[in-house]
Design a protein. Structure first.
Length: 226
């Protein structure tokens, strides 16, 4: 009876204040407009920060032989970075050899990565590691840490991109070229690919200080090659 009376009041309110049936799709025509997509692209492009850079690594070229190591802080049936992988493949003459490391990866999974380093121009390490509030530590798979250490010792040209936690620059000093992207949204993954291949300038500034690496407000400006 209580429920019936409550529903009756709702119906009475609807009768007194009639309104047209809303178009549930209308909002999507507004927020997904070409203008909003262009704004999202611009925000992503301007956010990308080149924290440090080794000589003669960027921009990547279509002829670059690339090995792509995807690092995730959580095991997943579908590894992250699929948009980034497609963007890389579209820009390279030969698709990159790809490896995925997560907390369940074993030490022996690092060996093929070591072997691949001897037959490539650039090792690209994509870090899909989120900022975790209150954990007091960075959740970086040990296999990934070992892989970076091995690749650093091999002398391979390393490029690291953080699609989440920028503080990994301090944890992985072997990534001599390090890009902070702050998020793993598809629009950000596409923007990073354009930046790495010199299709867009890099102008971002760090919003935080990375102890021992870079101060807040710093960032290497990289213009598009002429």
């Amino acid at each position: 009876e209580v429920l019936d009376r409550a529903v009756a009041r709702v119906f009475e309110a609807k009768r007194r204040f009639p309104a047209a049936i809303p178009d549930l799709e209308a909002a999507f025509h507004v927020v997904d407009s070409p203008e909003h997509r262009a704004l999202a692209d611009e925000i992503a492009r301007r956010a990308i920060t080149l924290v440090r850079e080794a000589p003669a690594v960027l921009p990547l070229a279509r002829s670059t032989r690339l090995v792509h190591v995807v690092v995730s802080d959580a095991p997943a049936a579908n590894p992250p970075g699929s948009d980034f992988g497609r963007a890389l493949t579209a820009r390279l003459a030969s698709p990159p050899q790809t490896f995925v490391l997560d907390p369940k990866s074993r030490a022996e999974e690092v060996e093929p990565i070591r072997d691949a380093a001897s037959n490539t121009d650039v090792m690209l390490v994509s870090l899909f590691v989120r900022v975790r509030t209150g954990s007091g530590r960075l959740v970086l798979p040990e296999a990934a840490r070992a892989a970076v250490e091995i690749l650093t010792a091999s002398g391979a040209k390393l490029v690291g991109v953080s699609f989440g936690n920028p503080y990994l620059a301090a944890e992985l000093p072997g990534l001599a070229t390090y890009v902070a992207a702050y998020g793993d949204q598809p629009v950000m993954q596409s923007a990073v690919a354009r930046a790495l291949f010199g299709e867009a300038e890099i102008t971002g500034r760090l919003p935080v200080t990375i102890p021992g690496v870079a101060e807040r407000g710093s960032g290497i400006v990289k213009a598009r090659p002429r």
